[in-house]
Design a protein around this ligand. Structure first.
Ligand SMILES: Cc1cc2nc3c(=O)[nH]c(=O)nc-3n(C[C@H](O)[C@H](O)[C@H](O)COP(=O)(O)O)c2cc1C
Length: 171
């Protein structure tokens, strides 16, 4: 299978998941900031993106590469503080052109927030966010950080990759 993984993250958890998926599948892993990250060279794409401020962080790259992404098999994994929910699905759907989102399988993974790794102004924004967040658990996590990174949670992605291999028509 001619596939590759393209990830976008800032604090390391999306990259960690991308590398775990790369190790398990043998697919090459690209940071979308890498100028050699060219999705048109592959027919099977795994896109990984963190969620920052209710949006996918890869959305601009997706728009810039839309013609290369359309028509290719795609899995999207999002990495966020929030767990799988309608709210998260809305954030993801609203970050992407609808015609592209409808062509993707989406798997929601959970990330990590380590306050010692973010700048003072992000800490301040998180503190303000925690004060106005109506969800007490999410509010506490914004204030104190969290770590939900879990290697086993990539299993649904590996399953989708295995299924797509079985769908391949032998040459
Ligand atoms: C500035 C900032 C904004 C964030 N906004 C959200 C958000 O809107 N929703 C959410 O579920 N998680 C949010 N998170 C949590 C991130 O999605 C989580 O930390 C993720 O693991 C980051 O991925 P990365 O380590 O690859 O950068 C935010 C984190 C930061 C630092």
């Amino acid at each position: 299978m001619n596939g590759a993984i393209f990830f976008s993250g800032k604090y390391g958890s999306t990259e960690q998941y991308a590398n775990w998926i790369g190790e398990a599948t043998g697919l090459p892993v690209f940071d979308i900031k890498d100028p050699n990250a060219d999705p048109s060279k592959y027919d099977y794409l795994i896109l990984g993106s963190s969620i920052l401020f209710f949006k996918l962080s890869n959305r601009k790259w997706v728009s810039a590469n839309l013609s290369k992404l359309k028509g290719r098999s795609k899995i999207l994994f999002s990495v966020s503080g929030a767990g799988p929910s309608d709210k998260l699905n809305r954030w993801v759907a609203n970050s992407l052109p609808s015609e592209l989102f409808s062509q993707m399988e989406h798997v929601a993974l959970r990330g990590r927030l380590d306050h010692s790794k973010v700048s003072w102004w992000v800490r301040l924004l998180l503190l303000i966010g925690s004060l106005i967040n109506p969800d007490p658990k999410a509010s506490k996590e914004e204030r104190n950080g969290f770590d939900y990174v879990d290697k086993e949670s990539i299993e649904p992605i590996l399953k989708l990759v295995r299924q797509s291999k079985h769908r391949e028509v032998p040459a």
